[in-house]
Design a protein around this ligand. Structure first.
Ligand SMILES: NC(=O)c1ccc[n+]([C@@H]2O[C@H](COP(=O)([O-])OP(=O)(O)OC[C@H]3O[C@@H](n4cnc5c(N)ncnc54)[C@H](OP(=O)(O)O)[C@@H]3O)[C@@H](O)[C@H]2O)c1
Length: 320
């Protein structure tokens, strides 16, 4: 496993990491979540991604139990959480990045995680109803109070990230360091075009999500939705049209041919392709079982095989 700087910060994250959306507290119980995290850790993963909203806080509890049971040195692993949607009702408890919620939310997350601090904290979506100044100050305070080490955004427009950075710069506050966008072979625009100026301008790092487009890029949706997959989960039905799209599945079939030539699986090729982008600090993988963790993390060995020629072939198979 290689480790990359998180943007311009000094923090080193494993180029492949593991997240818990959909899986922990839904598909995986405490023991299975622990097995997946242990398998990732054994293969050099040092970053575990989480959010308060995942399984309404249960995902944080499961990770917290894992950290306690496995007893990893705190200095050796990086854990995140994210705020925006909230997990309870009330005018200041959902869909907000206001100061009151953020400073309350971090305490509740730390309790569920059984930790004194998280390494990374994200504003999970932009909040049009809170001034950016208020959010920037609250994120700064979270860090100044020792509850988080670095802060960033997730799926914010480039202009809003730039505005947050400039406010922090002007007022000598902790600046946003990283963004968490979706990035995979079917979803490239934001990472490759919209954010392009920000890598130099503010040293933005990326922790990217859904490298397999929720499983589509494994090839397993070629003949419909397979049993036991994400596509069968009732609240994930919004994904099914995309997962079973014939045009996309035809492109995945062609990628599978290329993967065969390279001696890897389609999933490994798709994950390695994300990591091949030097602006990506870490590709957050997802897995509903240990065998997927094992398969996916071997993508680290595929990255060097993605020469400019191979990248051009991939572009021709999956047009932008
Ligand atoms: N910031 C955000 O807004 C945001 C949004 C989404 C995700 N994320 C983060 O990014 C992480 C990864 O996202 P993701 O889970 O959508 O990633 P993904 O890689 O696109 O999809 C992962 C899912 O694909 C299936 N899969 C994975 N490896 C496989 C393999 N080798 N063979 C067959 N099936 C395989 C599994 O689902 P099944 O086995 O159930 O089919 C697995 O849960 C999340 O856990 C979360 O931490 C962040």
């Amino acid at each position: 496993m290689n480790y990359r700087r998180l943007g311009r910060s000094g923090l080193k994250v494993s180029e492949l990491s593991l997240g818990s959306w959909v899986t922990y507290g839904n598909q995986l119980d405490a023991a299975a979540a622990r097995e997946c995290m242990a398998a990732a850790w054994d293969r050099g993963v040092n970053f575990f991604d989480n959010a308060e909203v995942y399984a309404a806080g249960r995902s944080e509890e499961l990770m917290g139990e894992t950290f306690r049971k496995l007893g990893w040195p705190r200095l050796r692993y990086i854990v995140s959480t994210k705020f925006f949607w909230g997990i309870s009702d009330g005018p200041n408890e959902k869909n907000t990045l206001n100061r009151k919620y953020l400073l309350h939310g971090i305490d509740a997350s730390l309790k569920r995680l059984q930790l004194d601090y998280v390494d990374l904290v994200f504003c999970h979506r932009p909040d049009p109803n809170t001034p950016i100044e208020e959010t920037v100050c609250a994120m700064h305070d979270m860090i100044a109070r020792g509850k988080a080490l670095y802060w960033g955004t997730s799926e914010w427009p480039a202009d809003a990230i730039r505005a947050a950075w400039q406010i922090a710069d002007r007022h000598h506050l902790h600046k946003p360091v990283m963004e968490q966008p979706e990035y995979n072979l079917f979803h490239r625009e934001r990472v490759e075009r919209e954010y392009a100026p920000l890598y130099e301008e503010i040293g933005l790092g990326l922790t990217t999500w859904s490298p397999l487009a929720s499983g589509l890029l494994t090839g397993k949706y070629a003949k419909g939705v397979p049993a036991g997959s994400r596509g069968t989960i009732p609240r994930m039905q919004f994904l099914v049209e995309r997962l079973t799209d014939p045009v996309r599945n035809a492109a995945v079939a062609k990628l599978s041919g290329l993967a065969d030539e390279l001696g890897c699986t389609t999933a490994q090729l798709a994950i390695a392709w994300c990591a091949r982008n030097a602006h990506v600090s870490t590709v957050i993988t997802g897995a509903s079982r240990v065998s997927q963790v094992e398969e996916n993390l071997k993508a680290a060995q595929v990255i060097p095989k993605l020469t400019p020629d191979v990248m051009a072939r991939i572009d021709s198979l999956v047009p932008r």
